[in-house]
Structures are given as C-alpha cells and as structure tokens.
Design a protein around this ligand. Structure first.
Ligand code: GRF
Length: 207
C-alpha cells in the first residue's frame, strides 16, 4: 500500500448517499484520496450494499448494549478496524451514535461529520424538521470537526438551502441532502489536499 495516499474511513448507519458522493468524487479524482474502509453499526444498512457494489472494504461492527452510543468494547473494535486500515480521516456519514472520549482521542482532529442544518442552529435529530417548525426561511447543511459535544465542533463548510412555502419535512430534507452531496466532497477534498488550516475554532481553506 502506498503510504502517500490519503486514506478515508467512513462510518454510516443509513442509506449511504453521502458515502456514495464521496466515493465517486475520490474515483473521479476530485478528492485526492481513497475510501479505505466503511463501517456500519446497522447490519442491513444501505451503506453496506453500496460499499460492496463499489468493491470498497466494508464491515458491520455491532454497537453493543447502548442505543445512542457505542459501548466501550464496540468503540475499541471501531478504533482497531480504522487503525488497521491506516485511515487519515474518519468521515461520519449518517452515523447515528455519539462517539466518546477514547474514540475521539484515537483520531483527534481527524473526525468530520455532516449535519442537515446551518449550525449552530438546530443541532440534534431531524434538524430539517426543527428548521421547518421554527419557520426559518433559509437552512442548509454543515460539515464540521467532531468534538465531545453534539454537533458542536469547528465548522469547516456550510451550504444554504432556501425553505419554500409548500415544503414538507420530506421535500426540505431531500433538497438538503442534495446540498450535502456537493458540500461534503468539497470539504473532504480540502482536508485531503492539506489545504485546511484550523486556528482555534476558525477553519480557513488555504490556496
Ligand atoms: C444526512 O442527512 C446527514 O446530514 C445526517 O445523516 C444523513 C445521512 O444520509 N448526518 P446518507 O446515509 O448519507 O444518505
């Protein structure tokens, strides 16, 4: 394996459309990196089949006894698998469990997530529904570094999505998803090409 290539580990619990956007951008040379491993905590998650179709190594790793986070043993297994795949960046793409200190420490500053709102507005679940219920006219998506809080890490990039008069939670969520598929590969490309500079919470895209 070439040590110069930038290796990405993706973790997801759902359909895996963001994973597909990133894998395709890697394959097209838009992200100077390779998806080395996909991990899922859901045995029949769509992301697993989508990784297999693309010949990308994929593993289901049982999450353990908790509903909203990995238990200690599971967390250790995730760390072992990602380290064995020599990943340089962990990309959370719809991974529905909170990660705790040992995992965060193992990949400090190297974990990113995408959230379906313009953070810091509407952290947590069903952010598109929160935005609609609140009545904002503009929402969007945010790619951010992961820290110990919920959707609270330094912001890497954001893309806006207008809220339309006749939007339902579904239609708004669909358009946010499309924006995610543009934003996430762009942000991952900037990281993989070494262009991001993090000063405190401030992230700059260098040249
Ligand atoms: C996305 O809406 C993302 O913002 C959220 O989980 C969803 C994942 O969708 N974190 P997919 O599995 O990438 O299609």
């Amino acid at each position: 394996m070439s040590k110069t290539e930038f290796r990405i580990g993706v973790m997801g619990s759902g359909a895996g459309s963001n994973f597909v956007a990133i894998a395709e951008a890697c394959a097209a040379g838009q992200i100077p990196a390779k998806v080395a491993l996909v991990l899922s905590d859901i045995a029949d998650a769509g992301i697993i089949g989508r990784a297999r179709e693309r010949g990308i190594p994929v593993q289901y790793l049982a999450p353990g006894k908790f509903r909203t986070r990995l238990d200690e043993e599971a967390e250790a297994q995730y760390v072992v698998a990602l380290r064995a795949a020599e990943v340089d960046l962990v990309v959370l793409a719809g991974f529905m469990r909170v990660l705790k200190a040992p995992f965060l420490g193992a990949f400090e500053g190297k974990i990113v997530n995408i959230h379906p709102s313009l953070l810091p507005s509407f952290p947590g679940l069903e952010a598109w529904k929160q935005a609609l219920d609140y009545g904002v006219k503009v929402t969007g998506c945010t790619v951010h570094f992961v820290d110990a809080g919920v959707d609270s890490g330094a912001i890497i990039g954001q893309q806006t999505v207008p809220v339309l008069e006749h939007d339902t939670p579904q239609t708004l969520h669909q358009r946010i998803h499309l924006a995610e598929h543009e934003l996430y590969p762009r942000c991952v490309a900037a990281i993989a090409s070494g262009k991001l500079k993090l000063t405190g919470r401030r992230v700059a895209f260098g040249g």
